[in-house]
Design a protein around this ligand. Structure first.
Ligand code: ADP
Ligand code: MG
Length: 337
């Protein structure tokens, strides 16, 4: 054997040993999970594949801190939140940039949905919130009066100041805040170095990366016709990687009067809960878009909704009030039970 060949062989062997040693040093990825109940009035579950508990814990703390921070901006019922101050005083100087961003998003979806998504409908939404708490229908005259104060054009932004020119108008970010927070919290996990995780903010799901075996995350979509939490209540499932899956439905926050169901998504044109669908599930790259769109579509006709979904490149499944499912062309189900 020539000297050069021997040298090459020795180098190759050394490289193989080095690669074996390096891969031997790599810790196997383990799945960790944690849940929180103190943000956005819902249960949040954060699951991730990490090489150690410490790595997971650092990311989970960053995610939790971000959710708490954003909750304290958008919670309309907490006297210390920015939105509470804005709603009470009809103005907010040097407002949080997140608040300004969500107002712009709200205005954009107001236009895209033909006024069906209206973050300025706080006065109307509050009456329904109260009605749900007391199990009593709101007074029809009170609804008509409240609806006189939902004109979103009365909400103006100038630099970082927000001015509302109708003192009876209030903002409600319930339709957008969870999706927005899911995107922001996911950014924190990515900053901590995580590449494979699922963040479930009460059904508002953000799936990042794939599982270590190369499989996508599987996200179940609830069957609105079956009560409860178990797997048997899953209508179908989708494969998800680097997308958000968000459902708006009438089956979690609702109340019944004389056997009729009144959900928490209100059609600003009728002042009453939208009744076209049992649920609308949206798959989109960003969670804030999926959240804005799912609430919008819940109030829109199927024809208008399909056109809007197509224009935004979102995949959607509508579960109609008669139980029939409608889907956009690219909505691919993983398994059906
Ligand atoms: P969830 O919060 O249950 O995930 P959604 O994202 O669809 O569901 O948001 C519902 C919330 O949005 C309601 O609780 C209310 O605060 C608010 N909301 C209801 N109807 C509308 C509407 N037409 N436009 C804007 N916000 C709405
Ligand atoms: Mg929504």
């Amino acid at each position: 054997m020539s000297k050069t060949l021997k040298g090459l062989l020795a180098a190759a062997c050394a490289a193989v040993v080095l690669i074996t040693m390096l891969s031997g040093c790599q810790m196997p990825l383990k799945r960790y999970s944690i849940s929180y109940t103190d943000t956005f009035d819902t249960v949040t579950v954060f699951s991730a594949y990490c090489s150690s508990y410490d790595e997971f814990s650092e990311a989970a703390n960053a995610v939790h801190a971000e959710l708490l921070r954003l909750h304290s901006v958008f919670d309309i019922y907490s006297e210390t939140s920015s939105v509470y101050r804005l709603n009470s005083e009809s103005k907010l100087e040097s407002a949080d940039k997140e608040l300004i961003e969500l107002i712009w998003l709200g205005k954009e979806y107001y236009n895209l949905s033909g006024g069906k998504l209206n973050i300025a409908a706080g006065s109307l939404l509050r009456l329904w919130h109260q009605a749900r708490a007391e199990d009593v229908l709101p007074n029809a005259d009170a609804l008509i009066k409240a609806a006189e104060h939902i004109d979103i054009s009365k909400v103006a932004i100038s630099d970082d100041d927000i001015i509302i020119s109708d003192p009876n108008l209030t903002l409600d970010f319930g339709a957008l805040a969870k999706g927005y927070a899911a995107d922001k919290a996911a950014e924190k996990a990515i900053e901590c170095g995580l590449t494979s995780f699922l963040l479930d903010l009460g059904g508002n799901i953000k799936a990042v990366g794939k599982k270590p075996d190369g499989e996508c995350w599987t996200v179940g979509i609830k069957n609105p016709y079956v009560e409860g939490e178990a797997d048997s209540q899953i209508l179908t499932a989708v494969k998800a990687t680097d997308v958000s899956v968000v459902t708006s439905g009438d089956y979690e926050r609702f109340f019944e009067v004389d056997g009729k169901r009144y959900s928490h998504i209100i059609d600003p044109d009728t002042f009453y809960p939208a009744q076209l669908y049992r649920s609308v599930t949206v798959i989109a790259a960003e969670s804030k878009i999926a959240d804005a769109l799912s609430t919008s579509l819940f109030c829109m006709s199927l024809e208008d909704g399909k056109a809007l979904a197509k224009s935004l490149d979102a995949q959607v499944m509508w579960v109609m009030a008669d139980g029939i499912c409608e889907k956009t062309e690219g909505f691919i189900e993983y398994e059906k039970k």
